[in-house]
Ligand binder design. Structure first.
Ligand code: FE2
Ligand code: FE2
Length: 205
C-alpha cells in the first residue's frame, strides 16, 4: 500500500469518511461510558479523561477542516452542519479548559468529575446526531469517490498512529501509505467537494 496513488484511494471504500468517523467515535464512546459512570473509580476516570480529551481534540480539529468546512457549502447539509459547528464550539472550549485543569492532578475533584460527565454527555449527543442525521445525508448528497477522498483528507489531519488503529487492521495497512501525502488538507479540496454533489442534492424534494 506504500505505492498507493490518490486515484487508488478514491476508489477504496475503506476510506469512506462516514465509516472512518464512526470508527473514531467508537473509541470516544468507550471513554464516554466510563466518564458517565458515577460508580467508576476516580483514578481510572482521570486516566481515561486524559486520553478522551486528547482524542476528542484531534478528532474535532480534523473533522472541522476535512468535513465541516466543505459540507457547509452543500445546501441540504448546511443546517445540520451549522448545528454541529455550534456544538463543536461548546465542546472545544470545554476540552481546552479541562485539559488545563487536569494537568498534574493525581485524582479528580467532585467538580471536575461532574464537568467531565457533562462534556461526555454533550459529545454523546453530538456523535448521535452526526451518525443518525449528518452521515446519512452526506451519503445521499455526495459521490462515493469524494466521501473516500474526505476520509483520506481526515486521516492525514487526524494523524492516527498504528497503535490507535490496533483494532482496525484493514485501516492499519492503509496509514503507512499516507505519510508521503503530508499532514495538511489539500488546497483545492473544499472547492472540489462542490463538484461532487449528487443530482438529488440540487433538486431536493
Ligand atoms: Fe463532530
Ligand atoms: Fe465526529
Amino acid at each position: 500500500m506504500t505505492t498507493a496513488t490518490l486515484d487508488e484511494i478514491l476508489q477504496n471504500d475503506k476510506f469512506n469518511i462516514t465509516e472512518i468517523l464512526k470508527m473514531d467515535h467508537r473509541y470516544l464512546k468507550s471513554c464516554i461510558k466510563i466518564l458517565k459512570d458515577d460508580e467508576e473509580d476516580k483514578k481510572l476516570k482521570l486516566k481515561e479523561a486524559r486520553s478522551f480529551l486528547d482524542a476528542l481534540h484531534k478528532h474535532s480539529e480534523a473533522e472541522k477542516k476535512a468535513v465541516y468546512a466543505p459540507i457547509i457549502k452543500v445546501e441540504p447539509l448546511k443546517k445540520i452542519t451549522i448545528e454541529g459547528e455550534i456544538e463543536h464550539g461548546i465542546t472545544d472550549a470545554k476540552v481546552k479548559m479541562l485539559t488545563t485543569a487536569l494537568t498534574g492532578l493525581r485524582t479528580l475533584s467532585d467538580e471536575l468529575e461532574v464537568e467531565l460527565k457533562v462534556l461526555a454527555e454533550l459529545v454523546e449527543h453530538h456523535i448521535k446526531e452526526e451518525e443518525e442525521d449528518m452521515f446519512p445525508k452526506m451519503r445521499k448528497n455526495l459521490d462515493n469517490t469524494i466521501l473516500n477522498e474526505m476520509g483520506f483528507q481526515f486521516m492525514k489531519l487526524r494523524g492516527f498512529t498504528v497503535r490507535d488503529l490496533e483494532k482496525y487492521p484493514t485501516l492499519q495497512k492503509e496509514i503507512s501509505g499516507l505519510r508521503k501525502f503530508g499532514t495538511r488538507l489539500s488546497g483545492n479540496f473544499i472547492a472540489k467537494v462542490q463538484k461532487h454533489v449528487t443530482k438529488s442534492a440540487h433538486h431536493p424534494r
